[in-house]
Write a protein that binds this ligand. Structure first.
Ligand code: TPP
Ligand code: MG
Length: 327
């Protein structure tokens, strides 16, 4: 048995694989079920982007908070939100993360530090400034992280939050998940600077760019900047360059893609394939161990869909529950 060349233990590697695979299969199943007309509302899939959520969240505990985007399923799963409750939520059923009243774009679980997916672009960043300020005052070394896409990174709320976080030296990280598109608009058409590192510098904070299809690159960079934030070193902007396997939303014809682009990203930029190749070729993990996880994940997704379909819809009386916070 070869030595372990990774900075993660074998157990941590297996856990990372399980998370990425769960996100992938959750999303691929939604793709099919949405196409069949089983799912109400709007769905944006995170497939292809798993290494970002998983590499970052591997460093977080339940006391660390995150605010997600409209493409939030991967962030939720990586942060430890219950997969069956998530599926029920997406199906709009009772027993879902928000009892079926939120749907795909509003999944939240405060017990896991997941403050919510969000249909409003850039809305998570100011929330995270508040959570990070609370963390700073509590002095327990907790951090708060917001995710935005390349498109949402142009929102005033996001840019104001960068300034606030730098001025207050908050324990926060602003992750820009750059998948190259905002809906059908290419990133290069919508963002004037070539590098988000330059943008971060304009707000007086460090910026780091990583290959977001490489779990190990994300994990290493995130580990360093989260550690610095926990120790009082302030905020950082982390850009993860990545690809999305599906359309902007389910039903998007993707006519803006170049010829062969989708095939190319599935073959050459699949974070799960890259991870699998690295850990098996190193001899640290056997293909059969990954296969065992694959089987468990498929069983979990199947169970989640079965339970989501069988669960009751919210009733009229449920409309007036959970409207106000109880203290
Ligand atoms: C404030 C606001 N403006 C516009 C929209 C409509 N909208 C939803 S997603 C989207 C594109 C987002 O692109 P990006 O931030 O790159 O995230 P991605 O979808 O690529 O993950 C837009 C314009 C919105 N939801 N909120
Ligand atoms: Mg984008």
């Amino acid at each position: 048995m070869a030595g372990n060349p990774f900075s993660l233990t074998k157990g941590q590697l297996l856990e990372a694989y399980r998370k990425m695979k769960t996100i992938r299969e959750f999303e691929e199943r939604l793709h099919v079920d949405f196409g069949r007309g089983d799912i109400p509302g709007f769905v944006h899939l995170y497939a292809g982007e798993e290494a970002s959520a998983t590499g970052i969240m591997a460093h977080l505990g339940d006391g660390d908070r995150i605010a997600s985007t409209h493409r939030g399923h991967g962030h939720c799963i990586a942060k430890g939100v219950d997969v069956i409750e998530m599926m029920k939520e997406i199906y709009g059923k009772k027993g879902g993360s928000c009892n079926g009243k939120g749907g795909s774009m509003h999944i939240a679980d405060l017990s896991k530090g997941m403050m919510g997916a969000n249909g409003i672009l850039g809305a998570g960043a100011p929330l995270v400034c508040g959570a990070a300020l609370a963390a700073k005052l509590r002095k327990k070394g907790e951090v708060a992280i917001s995710f935005v896409g390349d498109g949402a990174s142009n929102q005033g709320t996001f840019l104001e939050s960068l300034n606030l976080a730098a001025v207050w030296n908050l324990p926060t990280i602003f992750v820009v998940e750059n998948n190259g598109y905002a809906e059908s608009t290419s990133r290069d058409y919508g963002v004037a600077v070539d590098s988000y590192v330059d943008r971060a510098a304009g707000f007086g904070m460090p910026g780091v760019t990583v290959d977001g299809t490489d779990f190990f690159a994300v994990h290493e960079a995130a580990g360093e900047i989260i550690r610095r934030a926990r120790e009082g070193g302030g905020p950082t902007l982390l850009e993860c360059k990545m690809v999305r396997f599906h359309g902007h939303f389910e039903g998007d014809a993707q006519t803006y893609r170049g010829p062969g682009e989708l095939e190319d990203i599935r073959v050459n930029k699949d974070c799960l394939k890259k991870f699998t190749a690295e850990v098996t070729e190193s001899g640290v993990i056997a293909a059969s161990e990954l296969k065992a996880i694959d089987d468990e994940v498929m069983e979990l997704i199947e169970k989640a869909v079965r339970e989501a379909k069988a669960a009751p819809l919210p009733t009229l009386a449920d409309l007036t529950t959970d409207v106000y916070v109880k203290y």
